[in-house]
Write a protein that binds this ligand. Structure first.
Ligand SMILES: Nc1ncnc2c1ncn2[C@@H]1O[C@H](COP(=O)(O)OP(=O)(O)OP(=O)(O)O)[C@@H](O)[C@H]1O
Length: 310
């Protein structure tokens, strides 16, 4: 009887969460302002509350509106608290993407992966919450978690969790007869524990770091994608669900100039411009509810095509 009641309450929570997410809309834009660095004197950014922000420049003040803004004192925990509900929708079988977008040095990597301890970023916190949920719901549903981690650099995909440093092959993307997009050969690692999950994330980061001659430069020019795939089976009805979350640390959004760039720099600039402008076009199409969404214009948007539309 108790289990029945518990099941009823869990089902109600699930429905309310889905309704809440629908009400909030399928796309949300949050803005985080990082603390000033020592050599930076005085901020031109002012938070006005209720998602409003103004930026002062020589021409005056420009106003911007977001769903939520976070000031320089905001913590990793606060940011995660707002994104936590998205993970519940993944557990319920929906696909979600979380991006960090901004110029180099604005704090994308800090927000997505972060440092150690209380500085740990969104990826680690999502994983922790996932295993907490797995434990909490264990009587009702069995949840399995799989991790993949890859980067897109110069319009090429490299698996960060397969083979040793420098051994990664370029992976191709294909579309099956149902229209689903697959990264062929991308490794999916089943993880039974938080420790194993953290170990894999750290392995992926170190593979990424070792492959690069200058990590900062490399990270500003490539997109990092962490995919958490969650499949569930209801222990009573046998009903199955599967959902996934992409956490994406995008390449720096500063205007990459094509003029004057040559060789490697030119190739990088073309790749970044193409994928960020394709992502922009997709977001615009989704928000104006177009019938045709231009996913095919870059590797990044193709890979994410089943996790962007809400
Ligand atoms: N909210 C924050 N609180 C404290 N420190 C931060 C915060 N955001 C960023 N930083 C620090 O600012 C520096 C730049 O941040 P970060 O490397 O995350 O930028 P980025 O946008 O990822 O740059 P890139 O595109 O080059 O990878 C780092 O030293 C980071 O630790």
């Amino acid at each position: 009887h108790m289990l029945g009641k518990y099941r009823g309450a869990a089902e109600l929570c699930r429905k309310l969460n889905v309704e809440l997410q629908n009400l909030k809309g399928s796309m949300r834009i949050l803005c985080r302002v990082r603390p000033l660095r020592q050599q930076e004197d005085g901020s031109c950014v002012h938070l006005r509350g209720l998602g409003q922000l103004s930026v002062l420049d020589k021409g005056g003040s420009k106003e911007f509106h977001f769903d939520t803004t976070y000031g320089p004192k905001s913590t990793q925990e606060e940011l995660f608290d707002d994104a936590r509900a998205l993970l519940q929708t993944v557990v319920d079988g929906y696909n979600v993407s979380v991006f960090a977008y901004g110029p180099t040095g604005s704090g994308k990597t800090y927000s997505i992966t972060g440092g150690g301890g209380k500085h740990r970023g969104m990826v680690y916190r999502m994983l922790e919450d996932l295993f907490r949920t797995q434990k909490e719901r264990a009587v009702l549903v069995s949840l399995q978690v799989k991790i993949s981690m890859f980067e897109i650099y110069n319009e090429k995909i490299k698996d960060l969790l397969s083979g040793g440093v420098g051994e990664q092959e370029e992976l191709r993307v294909s579309t099956d007869k149902h229209g689903s997009v697959h990264v062929e050969g991308l490794k999916e690692h089943a993880v039974e524990s938080l420790q194993k999950g953290i170990g894999l994330l750290e392995l992926g980061m170190s593979v990424r770091a070792t492959g690069a001659t200058n990590l900062n430069e490399h990270s500003s020019r490539s997109h990092l994608l962490v995919r958490l795939a969650v499949s569930g089976q209801d222990k009573r009805t046998g009903e199955r669900t599967s959902g996934k979350m992409y956490l994406v640390d995008l390449a720096g959004s500063e205007n990459v100039s094509l003029s004057g760039a040559e060789g490697k720099a030119l190739k990088e600039a073309i790749g970044i411009n193409r994928s960020l402008s394709a992502l922009h076009d997709v977001m615009l199409s989704l928000s104006s509810k177009d019938h045709h969404i231009p996913y095919r214009n870059s590797l990044l948007t193709r890979v994410l095509s089943d996790s962007l539309g809400g």
